[in-house]
Design a protein around this ligand. Structure first.
Ligand code: DLL
Length: 432
């Protein structure tokens, strides 16, 4: 179901004109109100009057996570502080957190883009949404909350964790839509199975899952185990939280809400804009945000843009599901390795569970990489009679994709720590 036909199906020429107008208005606004952006533009020799169409965006300087941290907490505010009605921050696990400060209109915008996101999973006012994203400074909980309010669905604000209670609530309240991270949805499936719950008998039909990378293989596992359709939803604190893009029922890339979040793909090394279909770093400009608008924010997420027509009828550009992050990339003996590549290989192997951890270490001068992954009984088919044989087979498959030797360790079910929010896949001991 398309929530906002006017914007989501807008014809390209009209959309580009709208983006251009919004950009011009935005640049004038930030130039007048945010010393940080004024300084950046002055240094680049650009004035608001130079911005006349969306194409002119290429002339503007980028904003990085580091820039945002430097001005923590309120250095990017474009409105008086009293106009802020809510704040969220990123978790700050890798440094000072980044702040998103919302005005009343920004919250209205968030409701709108989250209503569009929930509608991707055909959510209507008849649905019961069990929101297991964390509430608090993290944007997942309240983002979904606002979208469900706008649609008029029945929203259960259960937040993350307390899995037994999640299972009880799911049965008692007849949940139809589950929202949480993909890794947590698997944990819910596992605990349910242990408790003898038959998910096929529940009215649960769709999961709106995101906030962390996951592969198509993992999607298959989730869909089979929970008997749902699993939809990928993407977003980030710096832009608004969830609500930036989401998959429709065709699951062929995530539709970007580009009337409000303008996307570009750049070469992360040179900053050059790349054509559609070419892989690079995703960059966003918030065209209408008031509190903390961002200009050409470098997300560090790697993907590419797809413009072929989608069968769902939306005209918005799509991004391929995240292919990793520029700062996720491990360099192992000079070879670039993304955790997502490892997950993809693992998920092609029958009997391997989507619970894994990658441990990187350095012995002497040499990097080593160990992939610990859980297995189940299916792994032991006729050809593979013992553990070390199975491990070797997986090592060979990984070598064929990554071109480096890994050590694979098959571990017992439940030995890898489960996460209630974003899963931690990599332990890099080299930095310790
Ligand atoms: O994770 C917002 C969110 C909440 C998105 C709920 C979806 C659902 P942050 O905590 O700021 O915001 O983390 C943003 O998480 O730059 C990506 O690297 C990653 N990420 C988010 N969604 C996806 C996804 C929220 N669907 C960072 N696939 C982003 C892959 C994702 N990575």
């Amino acid at each position: 179901m398309i929530w906002n036909k006017e914007y989501e199906t807008m014809e390209r020429e009209k959309l580009s004109a709208l983006q251009g107008e919004r950009l011009k208005e935005l640049i004038t606004r930030v130039y007048e109100n945010v010393p940080f952006y004024r300084k950046r533009m002055d240094e680049a020799g650009i004035k608001p009057a130079d911005i006349n169409s969306i194409k002119d965006i290429a002339r503007l300087p980028f904003t990085t996570k580091l820039d945002m941290r430097d001005v923590y907490p309120y250095g990017l505010l474009a409105v008086p502080e009293e106009d802020i009605v809510e704040v969220h921050t990123s978790s700050g696990t890798t440094g000072t957190p980044v702040v998103d400060a919302y005005t009343h209109n920004d919250i209205e915008l968030w409701k709108e883009v989250m209503a569009r996101t929930l509608a991707m999973g055909d959510t209507t006012k008849k649905d019961i949404v069990q929101n297991a994203y964390g509430y608090g400074l993290f944007t997942g909980g309240l983002g979904v909350h606002y979208g469900a309010m706008k649609i008029g669905a029945n929203l259960i604000p259960i937040s993350g964790g307390n899995t037994q209670r999640q299972l009880q609530v799911m049965q008692d309240f007849k949940t139809t839509v589950l929202t949480c991270t993909p890794s947590y949805s698997l944990f819910v499936a596992e605990e349910g199975k242990k408790a003898g719950l038959d998910f096929a008998s529940l009215p649960l039909r769709v999961g709106l899952l995101g906030a962390e990378p996951w592969s198509d293989g993992m999607r298959k596992e989730i869909e089979e185990k929970l008997h749902i359709s699993a939809i990928d939803i993407y977003g980030l604190t710096e832009i608004i939280g969830p609500g930036v893009s989401a998959e429709c029922e065709y699951k062929d890339g995530l539709h970007i809400n580009e009337d409000v979040f303008y996307p570009e793909i750049i070469d992360p090394d040179t900053g050059k804009i790349l054509p559609d279909g070419e892989k690079g770093e995703l960059v966003f400009t918030t065209l209408t945000k008031e509190g903390t608008p961002v200009i050409r924010f470098r997300t560090r997420d790697i993907t590419y843009l797809m413009r072929e027509k989608c069968q769902c009828g939306r005209n918005t550009v799509r991004m391929h599901r995240s292919l990793g992050r520029t700062d996720d990339m491990l360099i192992i003996r000079g070879v670039n390795v993304f955790p997502s590549q490892i997950e993809e290989v693992l998920m092609t192997i029958q009997g391997v569970e989507p619970h894994y951890q990658i441990v990187v270490d350095r012995k002497g001068q040499l990097d080593s990489i160990e992939v610990q992954v859980e297995m189940n009984d299916r792994l032991f088919s006729d050809e593979i009679k013992n553990l070390s044989k199975a491990e070797k087979m997986i090592e060979e498959k990984l070598y064929a994709t990554l071109n480096i030797h890994t050590v694979v360790k098959l571990v017992e079910t439940n030995s890898i720590e489960r996460s209630l929010g974003k899963a931690k896949r990599v332990i890099d001991r080299r930095q310790l």
